[in-house]
Design a protein around this ligand. Structure first.
Ligand SMILES: [Zn+2]
Length: 264
Protein backbone atom coordinates (compact mmCIF):
# COMPACT_ATOMS: atom_id res chain seq x y z
CA UNK A 1 0.00 0.00 0.00
CA UNK A 2 1.67 3.13 -1.25
CA UNK A 3 1.10 5.47 1.64
CA UNK A 4 4.37 7.38 1.92
CA UNK A 5 3.02 10.61 0.50
CA UNK A 6 0.78 12.01 3.27
CA UNK A 7 0.19 15.39 1.57
CA UNK A 8 -1.44 13.61 -1.37
CA UNK A 9 -3.35 10.95 0.49
CA UNK A 10 -7.09 10.94 0.93
CA UNK A 11 -8.10 9.83 4.42
CA UNK A 12 -9.53 6.32 4.31
CA UNK A 13 -8.44 5.68 0.72
CA UNK A 14 -6.22 2.72 1.61
CA UNK A 15 -9.08 0.99 3.35
CA UNK A 16 -11.46 1.78 0.49
CA UNK A 17 -9.09 0.10 -1.98
CA UNK A 18 -8.98 -3.08 0.11
CA UNK A 19 -12.78 -3.14 0.45
CA UNK A 20 -13.14 -2.64 -3.32
CA UNK A 21 -10.83 -5.57 -4.02
CA UNK A 22 -12.76 -7.76 -1.60
CA UNK A 23 -16.07 -6.75 -3.15
CA UNK A 24 -14.76 -7.96 -6.51
CA UNK A 25 -13.67 -11.34 -5.15
CA UNK A 26 -9.98 -10.42 -5.36
CA UNK A 27 -8.02 -11.58 -2.33
CA UNK A 28 -4.41 -11.28 -1.24
CA UNK A 29 -2.32 -14.14 0.08
CA UNK A 30 -0.09 -12.33 2.56
CA UNK A 31 -0.65 -9.50 5.03
CA UNK A 32 -0.90 -6.11 3.32
CA UNK A 33 2.45 -4.28 3.45
CA UNK A 34 2.15 -0.56 4.20
CA UNK A 35 4.99 1.62 2.96
CA UNK A 36 4.50 3.93 5.93
CA UNK A 37 5.77 1.04 8.09
CA UNK A 38 8.86 0.51 5.95
CA UNK A 39 10.79 3.76 6.36
CA UNK A 40 13.71 2.01 8.04
CA UNK A 41 14.13 -0.34 5.06
CA UNK A 42 14.14 2.63 2.66
CA UNK A 43 16.74 4.41 4.80
CA UNK A 44 18.93 1.29 4.70
CA UNK A 45 18.61 1.16 0.91
CA UNK A 46 19.71 4.80 0.71
CA UNK A 47 22.69 4.00 2.95
CA UNK A 48 23.57 1.08 0.69
CA UNK A 49 23.55 3.38 -2.34
CA UNK A 50 25.49 6.04 -0.46
CA UNK A 51 28.26 3.58 0.35
CA UNK A 52 28.62 2.93 -3.38
CA UNK A 53 28.78 6.72 -3.98
CA UNK A 54 25.71 6.45 -6.20
CA UNK A 55 23.54 9.14 -4.65
CA UNK A 56 24.06 12.84 -4.22
CA UNK A 57 22.17 15.81 -2.82
CA UNK A 58 20.56 18.23 -5.28
CA UNK A 59 19.31 21.68 -4.40
CA UNK A 60 18.73 22.87 -7.94
CA UNK A 61 15.89 25.39 -8.06
CA UNK A 62 12.71 24.24 -9.72
CA UNK A 63 13.08 26.76 -12.54
CA UNK A 64 16.44 25.24 -13.49
CA UNK A 65 15.01 21.72 -13.41
CA UNK A 66 12.13 22.82 -15.64
CA UNK A 67 14.60 24.25 -18.15
CA UNK A 68 16.24 20.82 -18.46
CA UNK A 69 13.13 19.30 -20.02
CA UNK A 70 12.92 16.31 -17.73
CA UNK A 71 16.42 14.80 -18.03
CA UNK A 72 18.67 15.94 -15.19
CA UNK A 73 22.12 17.05 -16.40
CA UNK A 74 24.18 15.88 -13.43
CA UNK A 75 25.15 19.36 -12.21
CA UNK A 76 25.18 18.43 -8.50
CA UNK A 77 26.73 15.01 -9.03
CA UNK A 78 30.05 15.99 -7.45
CA UNK A 79 28.42 17.27 -4.27
CA UNK A 80 29.19 14.97 -1.40
CA UNK A 81 26.29 13.56 0.55
CA UNK A 82 27.22 14.17 4.17
CA UNK A 83 24.45 14.55 6.69
CA UNK A 84 21.75 15.08 4.09
CA UNK A 85 20.07 11.74 4.63
CA UNK A 86 18.41 13.31 7.63
CA UNK A 87 18.23 16.87 6.30
CA UNK A 88 15.11 18.02 4.58
CA UNK A 89 14.85 20.61 1.81
CA UNK A 90 17.38 18.60 -0.21
CA UNK A 91 16.45 16.11 -2.88
CA UNK A 92 18.63 13.04 -3.27
CA UNK A 93 19.32 11.75 -6.78
CA UNK A 94 20.67 8.48 -8.06
CA UNK A 95 23.57 8.63 -10.52
CA UNK A 96 22.53 7.35 -13.95
CA UNK A 97 25.43 7.27 -16.37
CA UNK A 98 25.22 6.03 -19.94
CA UNK A 99 23.57 2.77 -19.19
CA UNK A 100 21.05 0.92 -21.25
CA UNK A 101 18.41 -1.09 -19.42
CA UNK A 102 16.88 -3.90 -21.46
CA UNK A 103 13.99 -6.02 -20.41
CA UNK A 104 11.59 -8.43 -22.02
CA UNK A 105 8.14 -7.12 -21.15
CA UNK A 106 5.63 -9.96 -20.94
CA UNK A 107 3.08 -7.97 -22.91
CA UNK A 108 5.00 -5.35 -24.90
CA UNK A 109 7.99 -7.49 -25.83
CA UNK A 110 11.56 -6.19 -25.95
CA UNK A 111 11.95 -2.82 -24.21
CA UNK A 112 14.99 -0.64 -23.88
CA UNK A 113 15.78 2.62 -22.10
CA UNK A 114 19.03 4.55 -22.00
CA UNK A 115 19.05 5.86 -18.46
CA UNK A 116 21.75 8.43 -19.12
CA UNK A 117 20.13 10.19 -22.06
CA UNK A 118 16.42 9.42 -21.59
CA UNK A 119 16.01 9.53 -17.82
CA UNK A 120 18.99 11.20 -16.14
CA UNK A 121 19.85 11.08 -12.44
CA UNK A 122 16.44 10.61 -10.90
CA UNK A 123 15.15 11.39 -7.44
CA UNK A 124 15.15 8.68 -4.80
CA UNK A 125 14.33 10.97 -1.90
CA UNK A 126 12.29 14.07 -2.42
CA UNK A 127 13.09 17.59 -1.38
CA UNK A 128 10.36 17.40 1.26
CA UNK A 129 12.15 14.43 2.85
CA UNK A 130 9.68 11.82 1.59
CA UNK A 131 10.94 8.65 -0.07
CA UNK A 132 10.37 8.62 -3.80
CA UNK A 133 7.92 6.10 -5.22
CA UNK A 134 10.63 4.44 -7.37
CA UNK A 135 12.82 3.59 -4.41
CA UNK A 136 10.01 2.47 -2.11
CA UNK A 137 8.37 0.09 -4.59
CA UNK A 138 11.70 -1.42 -5.65
CA UNK A 139 12.75 -2.12 -2.07
CA UNK A 140 9.32 -3.59 -1.34
CA UNK A 141 9.25 -5.79 -4.45
CA UNK A 142 12.56 -7.32 -3.36
CA UNK A 143 11.40 -7.70 0.26
CA UNK A 144 8.20 -9.47 -0.79
CA UNK A 145 9.97 -11.69 -3.37
CA UNK A 146 7.69 -10.43 -6.10
CA UNK A 147 8.14 -12.51 -9.26
CA UNK A 148 5.73 -10.72 -11.63
CA UNK A 149 4.69 -7.08 -11.80
CA UNK A 150 1.60 -6.73 -13.99
CA UNK A 151 0.30 -3.18 -14.20
CA UNK A 152 -0.96 -0.42 -16.45
CA UNK A 153 1.35 0.86 -19.15
CA UNK A 154 1.15 4.34 -17.66
CA UNK A 155 3.92 2.98 -15.41
CA UNK A 156 6.09 1.72 -18.25
CA UNK A 157 8.61 4.54 -17.84
CA UNK A 158 9.07 3.60 -14.16
CA UNK A 159 10.27 0.11 -15.02
CA UNK A 160 13.86 0.87 -16.12
CA UNK A 161 14.32 2.98 -12.99
CA UNK A 162 13.08 0.17 -10.77
CA UNK A 163 15.25 -2.41 -12.54
CA UNK A 164 18.24 -0.11 -12.09
CA UNK A 165 17.59 0.33 -8.36
CA UNK A 166 17.11 -3.40 -7.83
CA UNK A 167 20.34 -4.18 -9.67
CA UNK A 168 22.27 -1.65 -7.60
CA UNK A 169 20.82 -3.14 -4.42
CA UNK A 170 21.96 -6.58 -5.59
CA UNK A 171 18.40 -7.89 -5.86
CA UNK A 172 16.68 -10.03 -8.47
CA UNK A 173 14.37 -8.19 -10.85
CA UNK A 174 10.83 -9.45 -11.35
CA UNK A 175 9.24 -10.02 -14.75
CA UNK A 176 7.23 -7.00 -15.85
CA UNK A 177 4.11 -6.86 -17.98
CA UNK A 178 2.32 -3.65 -18.94
CA UNK A 179 -1.35 -3.71 -19.91
CA UNK A 180 -2.89 -0.84 -21.91
CA UNK A 181 -4.87 1.45 -19.61
CA UNK A 182 -8.49 2.39 -20.12
CA UNK A 183 -8.85 5.95 -21.36
CA UNK A 184 -11.84 8.24 -21.50
CA UNK A 185 -13.14 9.69 -24.76
CA UNK A 186 -10.58 12.51 -24.52
CA UNK A 187 -7.66 10.10 -24.24
CA UNK A 188 -7.04 10.56 -20.51
CA UNK A 189 -6.58 7.57 -18.26
CA UNK A 190 -9.37 7.08 -15.75
CA UNK A 191 -8.05 8.71 -12.58
CA UNK A 192 -8.78 11.31 -9.96
CA UNK A 193 -6.94 13.87 -12.11
CA UNK A 194 -9.25 13.25 -15.07
CA UNK A 195 -12.31 13.38 -12.75
CA UNK A 196 -13.20 9.76 -13.41
CA UNK A 197 -15.76 8.55 -10.90
CA UNK A 198 -14.64 5.95 -8.37
CA UNK A 199 -15.38 2.32 -9.12
CA UNK A 200 -18.90 1.41 -8.00
CA UNK A 201 -18.50 -1.40 -5.46
CA UNK A 202 -22.23 -2.02 -5.44
CA UNK A 203 -21.99 -3.58 -8.95
CA UNK A 204 -18.84 -5.71 -8.69
CA UNK A 205 -19.97 -8.54 -10.98
CA UNK A 206 -20.92 -6.24 -13.85
CA UNK A 207 -17.65 -4.31 -13.37
CA UNK A 208 -15.71 -7.57 -13.67
CA UNK A 209 -17.72 -8.70 -16.68
CA UNK A 210 -16.92 -5.43 -18.41
CA UNK A 211 -13.22 -5.70 -17.56
CA UNK A 212 -13.02 -9.24 -18.90
CA UNK A 213 -14.46 -7.97 -22.18
CA UNK A 214 -11.96 -5.11 -22.28
CA UNK A 215 -9.14 -7.59 -21.65
CA UNK A 216 -10.16 -9.46 -24.79
CA UNK A 217 -11.66 -12.51 -23.08
CA UNK A 218 -15.12 -12.14 -24.67
CA UNK A 219 -17.17 -13.63 -21.81
CA UNK A 220 -20.41 -15.22 -23.07
CA UNK A 221 -23.63 -13.28 -22.54
CA UNK A 222 -25.08 -15.91 -20.23
CA UNK A 223 -22.30 -15.17 -17.73
CA UNK A 224 -23.36 -11.54 -17.40
CA UNK A 225 -25.56 -12.16 -14.36
CA UNK A 226 -23.03 -14.36 -12.57
CA UNK A 227 -21.24 -13.72 -9.32
CA UNK A 228 -17.65 -12.46 -9.10
CA UNK A 229 -16.48 -15.91 -8.04
CA UNK A 230 -18.05 -17.59 -11.07
CA UNK A 231 -16.70 -14.94 -13.44
CA UNK A 232 -13.17 -15.25 -12.05
CA UNK A 233 -13.27 -19.05 -12.21
CA UNK A 234 -14.35 -18.82 -15.83
CA UNK A 235 -11.72 -16.22 -16.68
CA UNK A 236 -8.58 -17.52 -14.98
CA UNK A 237 -7.96 -20.55 -17.26
CA UNK A 238 -8.90 -18.47 -20.33
CA UNK A 239 -6.53 -15.57 -19.63
CA UNK A 240 -4.13 -15.09 -22.53
CA UNK A 241 -1.70 -12.24 -22.94
CA UNK A 242 -2.14 -12.48 -26.72
CA UNK A 243 -5.80 -11.44 -26.39
CA UNK A 244 -4.97 -8.10 -24.80
CA UNK A 245 -5.58 -5.05 -26.94
CA UNK A 246 -2.29 -3.52 -28.05
CA UNK A 247 -3.46 0.08 -28.04
CA UNK A 248 -4.99 2.14 -25.22
CA UNK A 249 -8.57 1.07 -24.52
CA UNK A 250 -10.88 3.98 -25.32
CA UNK A 251 -14.29 4.03 -23.73
CA UNK A 252 -16.91 6.68 -24.24
CA UNK A 253 -18.76 5.92 -21.09
CA UNK A 254 -18.21 2.96 -18.87
CA UNK A 255 -21.45 1.54 -17.60
CA UNK A 256 -20.60 2.32 -14.00
CA UNK A 257 -18.64 5.45 -14.81
CA UNK A 258 -20.81 7.57 -17.02
CA UNK A 259 -20.85 10.65 -14.84
CA UNK A 260 -19.49 13.65 -16.65
CA UNK A 261 -16.47 15.51 -15.28
CA UNK A 262 -17.34 18.78 -13.51
CA UNK A 263 -17.66 21.65 -15.94
CA UNK A 264 -18.67 19.58 -18.93
ZN1 LIG B 1 21.06 19.64 -8.74
Amino acid sequence: MEDVDPPREVAGAADTILRQLEAHGLHWDEPVLYQSQRLEAYREALEHLRRQCLIFPCRCPRARLRSLGGVYDGLCRQTELSGELSVSDTAIRLVCLEQVINWQDLIRGACQTDLGTEVGDFIVRRRDGLIAYQLAVSVDDAYQNITHVIRGDDLLSSTPKQIHILQLLGQKTPDYGHIPVIQDSRGYKLSKQSFAPAIDSTTPASNLYQCLSLLGLAPPRELSGSSCEVLLQWAIPRWQRALLPSAPIRVNSLESGSKKPPGE
